[in-house]
Ligand binder design. Sequence first.
Ligand SMILES: Nc1ncnc2c1ncn2[C@@H]1O[C@H](COP(=O)(O)OP(=O)(O)OP(=O)(O)O)[C@@H](O)[C@H]1O
Ligand SMILES: O=P(O)(O)OC[C@H]1O[C@](O)(CO)[C@@H](O)[C@@H]1O
Length: 330
Amino acid sequence: MKRLAVLTSGGDAPGMNACIRAVVRGAAYHGIEVIGIRRGYSGLILGDGVPLTSSTVSNIIQRGGTILKSARSPEFRTVEGRKKAYDYLTNLAVDGLIVIGGNGTFKGALQFVDEFSFPVIGVPGTIDNDLFGTDYTIGYDTAVNTAVEAIDKIRDTADSHERIFLIEVMGRDSGYIAIQSGIAGGAERVLLPETGVSAAELIAGLQQGRNGSQSSVILVLAEGEGRGTATVVAEQIKKQSGTEFDLRVTTLGHIQRGGAPSAGDRILASRLGLAAVEGLLKGKKNVMVGVVNNGLVYSGLHEVVSRSKPISEELLRLVTILNGSESHTH
Ligand SMILES: Nc1ncnc2c1ncn2[C@@H]1O[C@H](COP(=O)(O)OP(=O)(O)OP(=O)(O)O)[C@@H](O)[C@H]1O
Ligand SMILES: O=P(O)(O)OC[C@H]1O[C@](O)(CO)[C@@H](O)[C@@H]1O
């Protein structure tokens, strides 16, 4: 192997830069050149590659976002777009492609591999943590920490004003950020795609809490919960309960995707970046490298995109017990 290409695709995630650095330095260690493709699959189609060297990736391990920029590329969903991408990679004379992204990125990669038999290795980079084949994705730990910091701050107002706050966190189809930030932020309730709860049940829970000792409440809602945005859910509660509760909504939004990566994300990204290069060198292709039980594991892309990673029953139980509203005897 003489030359490889790397790109970041889908939503950016804190730690993507640490991963690019590990790919470039890992490749340099093995005498391999690296071309960085700008703006994900769009850059492959438009032919936007730049050589990356060890010095290009100095001083980026601590930076959020991605120096290669990211994009969601509608054209890569077409066979014509993917053919252009293939032609560009062939022109560059690269022997393998490393794609850092989420579920959609790997669906695209799989399509590409099926059509052109080009060696691709995926690295899980998304704050959503919704990928089979890895316990954690790059960016998730930082996003959870950002959400917890925000929840702590909102709790001060919730407590002082004896209010109910409905806080929406990211997670397009999954509740990972919600459950972990909810546990760490001491939320009274976490609303997830996995555990549908009606407005009537929510209201009953709020009434029960108020009749007990709860004077303020934090509800954490996963973006992908299914009913709509936090504003929609708040409207449902208000419609059915009238002015009974002093309810406020906060949507955390993209602050969860930005900022310096946590130490955990930098280390995960560094391990996975090197493992992607060394996987290609060992002849692995059409796989994603992840960490399972703290060991490096390569899983087939087909399995990664076709299987889900459910939130553990243990965490679901934990959040219910620790919110303090139920006892074993109920
Ligand atoms: N079914 C598909 N076929 C071909 N390409 C796809 C497919 N799904 C996604 N892609 C390509 O992958 C890109 C990234 O996918 P997507 O926007 O879903 O983000 P993602 O990788 O899931 O990341 P995140 O979890 O951060 O949103 C898309 O913009 C598109 O170019
Ligand atoms: O920034 P965009 O393109 O609006 O994407 C938002 C989506 O991306 C994610 O942040 C994942 O990267 C999801 O949690 C969210 O639904």
